[in-house]
Design a protein around this ligand. Structure first.
Ligand SMILES: NCc1[nH]cc(CCC(=O)O)c1CC(=O)O
Length: 319
């Protein structure tokens, strides 16, 4: 007997449907359960022009969560970095998938690298995290807010509105635009947003331990430990997705290494820290990740990171 299909709610954008379909395929392949994509239109999708004023990506997340709680879909796939750090009542992140390349990427005209951009060049990004870290490296460039999905933003290079844009490598991969990348930023230059590149599978809490427990087949323990540490830093700094906070953790050689930075909007002031813990047994990883993230955030606060976050709070949001 074929199991009943599970309904996966997704936004309509290319990035959303691509990542949802990839997760759907992985679930079907490993469990035999057919997954049906359900296209959900959110308020944010019909009022794109004013997304920054609406409160960033929250509107997209909320539309899917409303469908989950209302029973219209069984599960949803979100870009983890778009999810607030506080848990949603009645819902559970039943899986965190193995993350794609977590780094940010530069797409510039004429194949230019970041160092090749002439002084005064216009770089399109509305993300305070990206602007602050880039300004710390190149204060001579002009960082301009930009709206729309990845394809729209890349179009502004072709039209001459901007000389370059900075986007997540993972997102560019999902919309098939990696050919536009002229440089990938290493974590030493720019730390990604907490959770960047990872996808979160969310369902009703009652189903997570019951009928939909099989969704956990796409969970990836290393990624979960990494993004847990990163998101704890964000939560401890009481910073939302609009804050100039970069955090990047890596599981390697039995260790979990975490690097984080809080940078003032003009790049002038910064608090950067790194730390690591040995992880003997992967079952202990989530606890070790929480501890590592918390300690690092506290050290950063002691160095004034919370004041930089508060000072940047009036800036726009768009990561
Ligand atoms: N807020 C938009 C958003 N949410 C997730 C991604 C990229 C994919 C990812 O990080 O998983 C992007 C685009 C971008 O930042 O360039």
């Amino acid at each position: 007997m074929t199991p009943a299909p599970a309904r996966l709610g997704t936004r309509r954008s290319t990035m959303a449907t691509t990542q949802s379909q990839a997760v759907a395929d992985a679930i079907t392949e490993r469990t035999g359960v057919p997954v049906e994509l359900m296209l959900i239109t959110s308020f944010g999708d019909v009022t794109k022009a004013h997304l920054t004023q609406l409160g960033g990506t929250g509107v997209f997340v909320n539309a899917l969560r409303d469908e989950l709680l209302g029973g219209g879909i069984e599960f949803a796939v979100h870009s983890l970095k778009d999810l607030p750090t506080s848990p949603a009542e009645g819902l559970t992140l039943v899986a965190i998938t193995e993350r794609d390349d977590p780094r940010d990427a530069l797409c510039a005209r004429d194949g230019l690298k970041f160092a090749d951009l002439p002084a005064g060049a216009r770089v399109g990004t509305g993300s305070p995290r990206r602007v602050a870290q880039l300004a710390a490296l190149r204060p001579d460039l002009d960082y301009v807010p930009i709206r729309g999905n990845a394809e729209t933003r890349l179009g502004k290079i072709a039209s001459g509105d901007v000389d370059a844009v900075v986007l997540a490598h993972a997102g560019l991969a999902r919309v098939g635009r990696l050919d536009d990348v002229t440089e990938v930023f290493e974590p030493e230059q720019m730390l990604p947003a907490p959770g960047q590149g990872a996808l979160a599978v969310e369902c009703r809490t009652a189903d997570a331990a019951g009928d939909l427990a099989y969704l956990a087949v796409v969970d990836h323990a290393e990624t979960r430990a990494e993004v847990t540490a990163e998101r704890i830093v964000l939560a401890e700094l009481e910073a939302g997705c609009a804050a100039p906070v970069g955090a990047f953790a890596e599981c390697r050689d039995g260790r979990l290494r975490l690097r984080a930075a809080v940078v003032a909007p003009d790049g002038g002031q910064a608090v950067r820290r790194e730390g690591a813990v040995r992880i003997g047994d992967f079952r202990d990883a989530p606890e070790a990740a929480v501890h590592l993230g918390r300690e690092l955030a506290r050290e950063m606060i002691a160095q004034g990171a919370d004041r930089i976050v508060a000072g940047a709070a009036s800036a726009g949001r768009d990561d």
